[in-house]
Design a protein around this ligand. Structure first.
Ligand SMILES: Nc1ncnc2c1ncn2[C@@H]1O[C@H](COP(=O)(O)OP(=O)(O)OP(=O)(O)O)[C@@H](O)[C@H]1O
Ligand SMILES: [Mg+2]
Length: 160
C-alpha cells in the first residue's frame, strides 16, 4: 500500500505556507490528500468549490497531491480514503495548544489515526489565511503570501 496522508484544513484561501507544507508532506508520503473542509464554523470568503479549484491549480506542481473536499469528521474522511496519517502544520507555539487538543481528540475518535506535525520554512511562519483575508479586506497587499492566481481571486472578490 502507498504511504499516504491527509492534510485537512479550510484553505480559505490556500497560502504559500500551505504550499510549503504540502511540498514537505509530498517528500515523505507518496500520496498527499489535501482535504478541504466544507463544514466550518468560520464563514468562508471563498466557496468550497472555489477553494478546491484554487488549491488544485496552486498545487499542480507538487508530485502525488490530490485535492478533495469533505464534510463531517476528518478521521472518518481519512478512514474512507484508507489513510491513517493526518498532517498538520505548526507555525508557532500559539498553534500548539489547539493542534495538540485536536490530535488527542482524533486519536480518541479513532485509535488508528496518527497525527504528524510539520513546520514550514521560517519565512512562512507568520502567514495565515485569516491574516491574508484581513489584510486584503483592509486594502493591503497580499501578493507575497499567496500564489498569483489566489491574489487575483482575492482582488476580484473584493472588487465586488
Ligand atoms: N503558514 C503556515 N505554515 C505551516 N502550517 C500552516 C500554515 N498555515 C496554515 N498551516 C496549517 O495548515 C493546517 C490547515 O490550516 P487552515 O486551513 O486553518 O489555515 P490557516 O492559515 O490557519 O487558516 P485560518 O486562519 O482561516 O485558520 C493547520 O494545521 C495549520 O496549522
Ligand atoms: Mg487555522
Amino acid at each position: 500500500m502507498k504511504r499516504s496522508c491527509v492534510y485537512p484544513g479550510t484553505f480559505d484561501p490556500i497560502t504559500n505556507g500551505h504550499h510549503d507544507l504540502v511540498r514537505r508532506a509530498s517528500s515523505i508520503f507518496e500520496r498527499v490528500v489535501v482535504a478541504i473542509a466544507g463544514n466550518s464554523h468560520k464563514a468562508p470568503m471563498f466557496s468550497l468549490e472555489q477553494r478546491v479549484d484554487m488549491a488544485r491549480k496552486v498545487l499542480a506542481d507538487v508530485r502525488g497531491v490530490e485535492v478533495m473536499s469533505y464534510t463531517g469528521l476528518t478521521v472518518e474522511f481519512a478512514a474512507k480514503q484508507g489513510i491513517n496519517v493526518v498532517v498538520r502544520g505548526l507555525r508557532a507555539v500559539s498553534d500548539f495548544e489547539f493542534e495538540f487538543q485536536l490530535a488527542n481528540m482524533s486519536r480518541h475518535l479513532s485509535r488508528e489515526i496518527e497525527t504528524v506535525f510539520l513546520t514550514p520554512q521560517e519565512q512562512f511562519t507568520f502567514i495565515s489565511s485569516t491574516l491574508v483575508r484581513e489584510i486584503a479586506t483592509l486594502g493591503g497587499e497580499v501578493h507575497e503570501f499567496v500564489h498569483p492566481l489566489v491574489n487575483a481571486a482575492v482582488r476580484r472578490k473584493l472588487a465586488r
